[in-house]
Design a protein around this ligand. Structure first.
Ligand code: SAH
Ligand code: MG
Length: 195
């Protein structure tokens, strides 16, 4: 991977207010994965490709990432960025709504990163569980949504998002097949391992 290109991609995304993964969230994921490399990663929410490019570090030599993004402009920029970072052989972008694309995917994955529409997290979880390998891990970003999820916050336009994020947390913590941690790093990160 071209680290210099990655830094430029990151700075541009920050300048343009694209909500890329926070440094401490990325570090937490890398630490959690330790030196264990995986073959297949699925990402829901590509944006301009920043996190996807970073995750190539977790891949084996033949490993691959599938990533889904619905905004055409972002898909185009992500494709350019992935090329600039010299990881185009390792990442496939699916353009479209993840709600429609996920049910068509047939592969199994070792790591699934959920980082898109918060109101859809319970649906993303259901699909992720269908495609997760044994010992596979689901990381869900923004799970505490600026603290709203753990407070009595129940107003405004974020209400549906908050309700669905709470439902996601309930589902992963109550599922006996999952081992889940909810961490306060960044905007909140849920880590669930399939036993
Ligand atoms: N993972 C990226 C940031 C993703 S931001 C990174 O850390 O670099 C979330 C992205 O998800 C946005 O670009 C948004 O357009 C996309 N998105 C939101 N809901 C979606 C959906 N239902 N299907 C596909 N993409 C979606
Ligand atoms: Mg995020």
């Amino acid at each position: 991977m071209n680290k210099e290109a990655l830094e430029t991609i990151k700075q541009k995304a920050i300048q343009e207010h694209i909500p890329i993964i926070m440094d401490e969230t990325l570090e937490t994921i890398k630490k959690y994965m330790k030196d264990k490399k995986v073959n297949r990663i699925l990402e829901i929410g590509t944006a301009v490709g920043y996190s996807g490019i970073c995750f190539t570090e977790l891949l084996t030599e033949t490993g691959k990432i599938d990533t889904i993004e619905r905004e055409t402009e972002r898909v185009l920029e992500a494709k350019q960025n992935i090329k600039k970072a010299e990881v185009e052989k390792m990442i496939d972008i699916y353009e479209g709504d993840a709600v429609e694309i996920l049910p068509t995917l047939k592969d199994k994955y070792d790591v699934i990163f959920i980082d898109a529409a918060k109101g859809k997290y319970p649906f993303f979880l259901k699909e992720a569980l269908r495609m997760l390998n044994k010992n596979g891990i689901i990381f869900a970003d923004n799970i505490l949504y600026k603290g709203y999820v753990m407070s009595d916050y129940n107003k405004h336009k974020q209400r549906t998002a908050v309700r669905n994020l709470r439902e996601y947390i309930k589902k992963v913590t109550e599922n006996p097949n999952l081992e889940t941690e909810i961490l306060e790093v960044g905007d909140g990160l849920a880590i669930s391992r399939l036993k």
